[in-house]
Design a binder for this molecule. Structure first.
Ligand code: SF4
Length: 244
């Protein structure tokens, strides 16, 4: 099965790639050996099969994408450069054993792979929340990647790297944020064509746009094993809360 079988936009064209590079330039112009960090905090994991667990979140600054419904636009630019050692010190100060590296788009940082391996070396369970746009091939095998494939209504479907769906390790998870019926049908087609049904597949509704009951009905109308999510952190603290 190849991406060319799909009725889907495939990979970024040259102009999209250029746009993405320009969006990341201020972030990548940082001191060598450092990552630009938006925030590090302990909270409750709101999504994935780790939902409900205490978790340390490391949110890296910057993203080459611009999803229409992005809920972390503040992470596009705000942040300060920290070394991996400084990040590990901050993680040690907080107690949860589960850590998620998120963004923005963490893999847009050249040092992200080193950070992930250093975190895994601490013996903690490490999650990586990443868009489907950047290869996960070099991510440490101890890290659980949660790959957020971009549906059509996000406006970033053309940025998806579908090869990531072949790079998934057995413990990785695939996530779809669904805004409407077209997004749902598109996601189901992707699941079928890449035989993702044997994996952990997560569906969330776009907040404020799709009723969870409609999404539940659509899931039940398929034979697929899809795990529906309601982002727990938004239920607890509200959709606009930051740093929780
Ligand atoms: S990939 Fe994530 S951080 Fe980047 S624009 Fe989309 S939702 Fe926002």
């Amino acid at each position: 099965m190849t991406a060319s079988n799909l009725r889907l936009p495939v990979l970024a064209d040259e102009s999209i790639a250029r746009q993405q590079e320009l969006r990341m330039r201020p972030i990548l112009n940082r001191p060598a050996g450092q990552l630009v960090v938006h925030e590090i905090y302990a909270s409750i994991q709101g999504e994935s099969t780790y939902v409900g667990l205490p978790c340390i979140f490391i949110r890296l600054t910057g993203c080459p994408l611009r999803c229409r419904w992005c809920d972390t636009p503040h992470a596009f630019t705000e942040g300060k450069p920290l070394s991996i050692e400084q990040i590990l010190d901050e993680v040690d100060r907080l107690s949860p054993r589960l850590v998620e590296v998120t963004g923005g788009e963490p893999l847009a940082h050249p040092e992200c792979d080193r950070l992930l391996s250093a975190l895994a070396d601490t013996g903690r369970q490490i999650l990586l929340e990443t868009s489907g746009a950047i290869s996960i091939e070099s991510v440490d095998s101890r890290v659980i990647a949660i790959v957020d494939m971009k549906c059509p209504s996000s406006g970033e479907c053309g940025s998806n790297d579908y090869e990531n769906l072949r790079r998934l390790r057995s413990h990785d998870e695939v996530k779809f944020v669904v805004g409407n019926r077209e997004d749902f049908d598109w996601s189901v087609e992707l699941i079928r064509q890449f035989a993702l049904d044997s994996r952990t597949v997560l569906f969330s509704p776009v907040h404020g746009e799709l009723d969870s009951r409609d999404l539940a009905d659509w899931i039940l109308s398929t034979e697929l094993t899809i795990r529906q999510q309601v982002p727990l952190h938004k239920v607890i603290w509200g959709a606009d809360a930051r740093g929780v």
